[in-house]
Design a protein around this ligand. Structure first.
Ligand SMILES: Nc1nc2c(ncn2[C@@H]2O[C@H](COP(=O)(O)OP(=O)(O)OP(=O)(O)O)[C@@H](O)[C@H]2O)c(=O)[nH]1
Ligand SMILES: [Mg+2]
Length: 312
């Protein structure tokens, strides 16, 4: 399941208490050091679209508190910062109406500052008060209630017959972890992944009749309407790749003829599983579509690089 909206609370760490202490030498006065600073909470972006999922079970995100000040005017250790990882494309809303859009990969933004540490009693020593017993307790960190929303518009859509290798390609190109199976209809819900900031959707296998409700494809044809580019997967193990291609094109047309106007790259998948001669023959037959055709195999790094380049 993809979590695309969740509410969290972020809290900067509490500042550490200042210490009350005295030098052991008689009359040397207060020696208590300041408390450490509370840790800050940051957010950093990732291309893992599923990164909001963890907040469902851990909605409270708090940085570490600063430590108590030490003797000999030693400042306590600062609390550790906490960095929350959220998918690129997330917008953060707070209760004051502020919005932060996370549009850049690996960008780090401050969400909640930690509290200052309290002064130790050494700080309050003065000519009129040489034995001060007062120390501050440190300030609480900033606390904010936030709503995280992930807005996703898939730019590329992987389509094709069941078992054509769509999910496998999504997993190779992105850090999605879609289920792969040696049988049709492994994918029941669209999977999403991100490649260089671009969202790719893996649409469940379309079959002949999908536009009339057969198989799972129909429910998902509407997702295809939004994508900019179709990555049409045809298995090189098929005896009739051009026929397979046409089956899907027919379904697209029946559902919405406008879908045929979308830009499309044909991927002749699982190219490692057929003889070179056979592959050439199948590439040639698909070339009749006048579309760009690329042979790809998840076991062939070079073929995936060519694909990534074409997508850029
Ligand atoms: N040898 C080889 N096997 C592949 C390759 N790509 C996919 N496969 C295998 O083909 C089978 C189907 O792959 P999937 O990625 O699940 O296919 P799919 O198109 O997502 O299938 P559905 O979700 O059922 O529509 C799996 O057994 C994969 O391991 C490839 O490049 N080479
Ligand atoms: Mg699949």
């Amino acid at each position: 399941m993809l979590v695309d909206e969740v509410e969290i609370i972020v809290k900067g760490g509490h500042g550490g208490k200042g210490r009350v202490a005295f030098y052991s030498k008689m009359g040397a006065g207060p020696s208590g050091g300041d408390g450490g600073r509370g840790g800050d909470v940051y957010v950093q972006t990732t291309s893992d679209l599923y990164a909001l999922n963890k907040f469902l079970s851990q909605p409270e995100c708090k940085a570490w508190d600063g430590q108590l000040g030490g003797g000999n005017r030693k400042t306590g250790a600062d609390g550790e910062d906490l960095t929350l990882i959220m998918p690129m494309g997330t917008t953060i809303y707070d209760q004051e109406g502020q919005e932060i859009e996370l549009n850049e990969l690996n960008k780090k933004v401050l969400l909640a500052k930690g509290g200052l540490g309290g002064r130790g009693n050494a700080f309050f020593k003065s000519s009129s008060n040489t034995t001060s017993r007062f120390a501050q307790s440190g300030l609480p960190g900033v606390e904010r209630k936030l709503i995280l929303k992930l807005k996703l518009i898939a730019s590329f859509g992987l389509i094709g017959l069941p078992n054509a290798g769509k999910s496998s390609i999504l997993n190779e190109l992105t850090n999605a972890q879609a289920k792969i199976g040696d049988y049709p209809f492994t994918t029941l819900e669209p999977n999403l992944g991100m490649l260089n900031g671009i969202v790719i959707a893996d649409i469940p296998g379309l079959i002949d009749g999908a536009s009339e409700g057969r198989g799972l494809g129909h429910k998902f044809l509407k997702h295809i309407e939004k994508v900019k580019l179709l990555l049409h997967c045809v298995s090189s193990q098929s005896d009739n790749p051009l026929g397979d291609y046409k089956v899907i094109r027919d379904e697209l047309k029946k559902f919405n003829p406008k879908l045929l106007e979308k830009e499309e790259i044909i991927l002749l998948t699982k190219s490692d599983l057929v003889e070179k001669k056979d592959l050439e023959k199948k590439l040639k037959s698909l070339a009749k579509t006048k579309k760009k055709v690329l042979p790809v195999s998840i076991h062939n790094w070079d073929s995936l690089q060519v694909l990534i380049k074409a997508l850029a």
